[in-house]
Design a protein around this ligand. Structure first.
Ligand SMILES: [Zn+2]
Length: 348
């Protein structure tokens, strides 16, 4: 079987398409024949040797994937309700499943929380064998590529907007970084939730692609006065801001919130702020939430939205993977921010 392996160094040129034996499930595991995968910024951090994901080489890449149940190993309990041939998504992150945090649905707070492809071997292989607890059912109507796109990025958008942000129908929300994986899914989810959604994006050329997918006011955050432009368009302060860019934008997003408004930060791709607007935070009684990935309930919620046609992610198929070159090019596009939505590939 083919496997995407980071072989001899932590850079895009060290990616290879390796030939490996099909895995035999250990006790409690299920083997999945993978159909489609999507790329994430976690992959880029791994490729750049970030200490947050200090993997040992050689390392199988990838956090997101969807396939079908291929073989159910020994020791898989009767509570595993899926059968051979069923479509399944892999839960990218998982805690211990037994502690109070895991049982109460706060899985990503568990000290044992580990992410496939980041802390653990990844899933970009034609077959993977994983604990049965990592598998979630995918509605038959959802294509593997679309389903894959929401298992990490979509679930993070759901956790940020709905669970931590508490977004309610009729509220006005701004998504900073609306062209990225989490950002565009947050916009689509916001529209499905009947929020009034505004979005910011980077280079001007992304606007056309975004506008085809979502009918919302869009402002480029590359212009220095983008906060003023957003406020002029909305006419009122925002109930919430979901910031996928983080870092340097934080001092600029807090003044856009109404009194008691909520800011949710799900990423930090622009570095850290040199000044923190403490007065904005306490003076206007704002809430600031940090979100790192999501829980399986977020994945199931997003799959449900996609299955009903309420959310249709932008996913570009960069394959086929007859060689590693298409994937290397896709990662170069990601590192240069030359993409909108999600990039992925399908095993053929
Ligand atoms: Zn736990």
């Amino acid at each position: 079987m083919r496997t995407v392996l980071l072989a001899n160094g932590k850079n895009i040129d060290s990616l290879i398409l390796d030939e490996q034996a099909v895995p035999i499930p250990s006790r409690g595991e299920v083997r999945v024949r993978m159909k489609a995968h999507t790329l994430n910024h976690i992959d880029l951090w791994v490729l750049s040797g970030s200490p947050a994901y200090s993997v040992t080489l050689p390392h199988v890449m990838g956090s997101e994937g969807v396939g079908v149940v291929d073989f159910i190993g020994e020791g898989v309990g009767p509570d595993f309700s899926l059968k051979v041939g069923d479509s399944v998504a892999l839960s990218p992150g998982q805690g211990c499943l037994v502690c109070e945090l895991c049982r109460s649905g706060s899985e990503s707070l568990c000290p044992s929380y580990r992410v496939l492809g980041g802390h653990l071997p990844g899933v970009f292989s034609e077959y993977v064998s994983l604990p049965a607890t990592r598998l979630l059912p995918v509605p038959p109507s959802v294509s593997p590529l679309l389903a894959s796109a929401v298992t990490l990025a979509g679930a993070t958008a759901h956790q940020g907007l709905v669970i931590r942000g508490g977004a309610q129908a009729g509220e006005r929300w701004l998504v900073v970084g609306a062209s990225g994986g989490v950002g565009h899914l947050a916009c689509l989810l916001g529209l499905a939730l009947k929020l009034e959604v505004y979005g910011t994006y980077g280079p001007e050329k992304k606007k056309t692609v975004l506008a085809r997918s979502m009918d919302i006011p869009l402002v480029s955050h590359e212009s220095q006065d983008w906060p003023e432009t957003v406020m002029r368009l909305s006419g009122k302060p925002f109930d919430g801001v979901l910031d996928t860019v983080g870092g340097a934008t934080i001092p600029r997003i807090l003044p856009l919130l109404r009194k008691g408004g909520r800011a949710v930060v799900v990423g930090e791709t622009t570095g850290s702020p040199t000044q923190f607007p403490t007065r904005e935070l306490f003076g206007r009684q704002l809430s600031l939430h940090g979100v790192y990935l999501a829980h399986r309930s977020d994945i199931l919620a997003m799959l449900n939205w996609v299955s009903h046609g309420d959310i249709r992610p932008i996913v570009t198929d960069v394959g086929p993977l007859t060689s590693i070159a298409p994937l290397q090019n896709a990662y170069r596009r990601m590192s240069e921010r030359d993409f909108v939505g999600k990039l992925g590939f399908v095993w053929q």
